[in-house]
Design a protein around this ligand. Structure first.
Ligand SMILES: [Zn+2]
Length: 218
């Protein structure tokens, strides 16, 4: 079986002995089995739980994000648990937020720790205790993605988000001459918003911002 050089895969498998590599389509590696975690968040109960998962890791990881499917039938597919209709992948959060969460260590181990476990914790919490998600509602669908980006960029409107994504798909030199998306009526190059833009340039590539930032596939 082919095993690609995915950052953190070996450590991830070592730390999760009930997961193993399964045959998969080209351009990706599939890890399958029981994933157990123990987590808590301030003010909420510690939860130990196990899910049957299929984790599909693109060869381009960390330039592209893994997708995760729950195969044990534990998570209801009724729209309240953030399972994408159609392909049944778990909606772990907006893609830019997921990149942002692993920006300092772009490995599968970090992806599991920062993106997957918080989602599963929230799901387990809702399954056991009902009520709201401990972290508030997760982003869902394209409107959810845009809303989450408003929070990440600290902007107020959909239009500002879309123009920020467009700016992030341009080279710095070109972008700096454009009107700033923050609404200051200056060019980006003369507004402090450019520092935020520069920070997000490190989180994902120009190509990604151009093609995939709203969840579309290439
Ligand atoms: Zn500005």
């Amino acid at each position: 079986m082919r095993q690609r050089d995915i950052p953190g895969l070996r450590q991830f498998l070592a730390g999760n002995p009930e997961l193993s590599i399964s045959p998969s389509r080209s351009n990706s590696t599939m890890v399958e089995g029981s994933f157990s975690f123990s987590a808590e968040t301030r003010g909420y109960e510690r939860i130990d739980d196990t899910y049957q998962l299929k984790i599909i890791i693109p060869d381009a990881f960390p330039g592209e994000l893994p997708s995760v499917i729950e195969t044990g039938g534990k998570i209801p597919r009724d729209g309240n648990y953030h399972v994408n209709p159609g392909n049944n992948t778990l909606c772990l959060g907006s893609p830019l937020r997921l990149f942002f969460l692993i920006r300092e260590e772009r490995t599968l181990v970090k992806f599991a720790e920062k993106c997957l476990v918080p989602y599963l914790y929230a799901i387990s919490h809702r399954l056991r205790f009902g009520g709201d998600f401990p972290f508030g509602e997760l982003a869902h669908g394209q409107e959810g993605i845009v809303f989450d980006y408003m929070n990440l960029f600290r902007l107020k409107s959909r239009e500002q988000v879309l123009s920020t994504l467009e700016i992030l798909s341009k080279r710095k030199r070109v972008a700096n001459k454009r009107p700033c998306p923050c609404g200051c009526r200056k060019s980006l190059g003369s507004c402090d918003f450019r520092w935020k833009i520069n920070k997000f340039r490190l989180v994902a590539s120009r190509r990604w911002f151009r093609q995939d930032s709203l969840g579309g596939n290439t």
